[in-house]
Design a protein around this ligand. Structure first.
Ligand code: COA
Length: 330
């Protein structure tokens, strides 16, 4: 018998901006080519937002779709957790999302755990439902890393796309969050950064402050790759153990969509066959916190996400951070 934490998954939605950046487009920007990108990453194109598009708009669109799938109205949301590393406002974007949705009764906040953000957000929101504090929660993963990519760095600019995905959760039994495991690896932080750089400004005698700017994404690709291939299977195994499940019970493995080679290597280590691995890498690229809910939405849109199916979700990325959640859909 699978365990229960009193949280049901009742809807999923996704939103991509209109722009499409192909590998051939990237070859016009940096010294790369379609064959190299396909072979090393599996990516063919990414959706990119123009400067007129806000993260709030993408998030709202994903939430509306998820609410529609759940048959709920914005007025029924109690809690919204917005996982993002690319907010419209560093003070928080969840308030803007709730205002745009028309959900003044709800409480919301931003949560940052980079590409693990959706899993961290899912676990966070679930605690509020499991304690009975709230009845209906929305977890959004939304990112526009195109705002922070160094478009002259061929090692990173080929990877990232923009998007948003959302799931609606409700308190109730039987529960759908069967087990989870979260982890931080701070000592490896410098492998993947979007770091603030101060430009010291003397104010008055003996007092200098540090206004400044965030620097573009910087990454040591091979180190991140090794981290993912080594540690993602381990954290999924830990979450499966806590859920009282085995790999054989997993209907869908839905990893953060960083690289097709990472997806393949993790699935192989877990002994999960390719037909049970969801991939949107080719079409979406790496959409950071949005990639897992977008992959879920992709599965739902294809009519392949069925009530009762067991999902193994795992995010990993900057921080470094790692998180896995074993869920039963519906
Ligand atoms: N096009 C062509 N050549 C490229 C290139 C590109 N876009 N990017 C790098 N190269 C070159 C390198 O300069 C290097 O050349 P050299 O051998 O002459 O020095 C060569 O290709 C191999 O580079 P390397 O970094 O070893 O490639 P890789 O096989 O590790 O692939 C990544 C690079 C980024 C695709 C891969 O490391 C990766 O996916 N890492 C994980 C990144 C990730 O998922 N980040 C997000 C986590 S949330």
């Amino acid at each position: 018998m699978l365990g229960s934490q009193g949280v049901r998954f009742v809807g999923v939605g996704g939103a991509l901006p209109d722009g499409r950046l192909t590998n051939d487009h990237l070859a016009q920007l940096v010294d790369t080519n379609d064959e190299w990108i396909r072979t090393r990453t599996g990516m063919q194109q990414r959706a990119l937002a123009g400067p007129e598009v806000t993260l709030t708009q993408l998030a709202v669109s994903a939430v509306r779709q998820a609410l529609g799938a759940a048959g709920l109205e914005p007025s029924q949301i109690d809690l919204l957790v917005l996982a993002t590393s690319t907010p419209d406002d560093l003070f928080g974007t969840a308030s803007l999302v709730l205002a745009e949705l028309g959900a003044p009764q709800a409480v919301g906040f931003d949560l940052t755990a980079a590409c693990s953000g959706f899993v961290f957000g899912l676990v966070t929101a679930s605690q509020f439902l499991a304690t009975g504090a709230y009845r209906t929660a929305v977890v959004v993963g939304a990112d526009m890393l195109s705002r922070w990519v160094d478009w002259t760095d061929r090692g990173t600019c080929i990877l990232f796309g923009d998007g948003a995905g959302a799931v609606v959760l409700q308190a109730g039994d039987p529960g759908g969050l069967l087990g989870f495991a979260l982890h931080n690896d701070g000592p490896q932080n410098s492998c993947l950064t979007l770091r603030f750089q101060p430009s010291p400004r003397p104010l008055v005698e003996d007092l200098t402050v540090g206004p400044g700017q965030f620097q573009p994404i910087a990454m040591q690709g091979q180190k991140v790759y090794q981290f993912a291939v080594r540690q993602v299977p381990e954290i999924i195994e830990k979450a499966l153990f806590r859920a009282g499940c085995t790999q054989d019970q997993v209907d869908w493995l839905i990893l953060h969509q960083a690289n097709q080679r990472i997806l393949d290597a993790v699935a192989e280590r877990l002994g999960i066959p390719p037909e049970r691995v969801v991939s949107t890498v080719a079409e979406h690229g790496n959409t950071s916190a949005a990639s897992i809910p977008l992959a879920l939405e992709h599965l739902a849109a294809a009519g392949r996400l069925q009530p009762g199916q067991v999902l193994a979700l795992a995010g990993f990325g900057a921080g470094l951070t790692l998180g896995a959640a074993i869920c039963r859909w519906g």
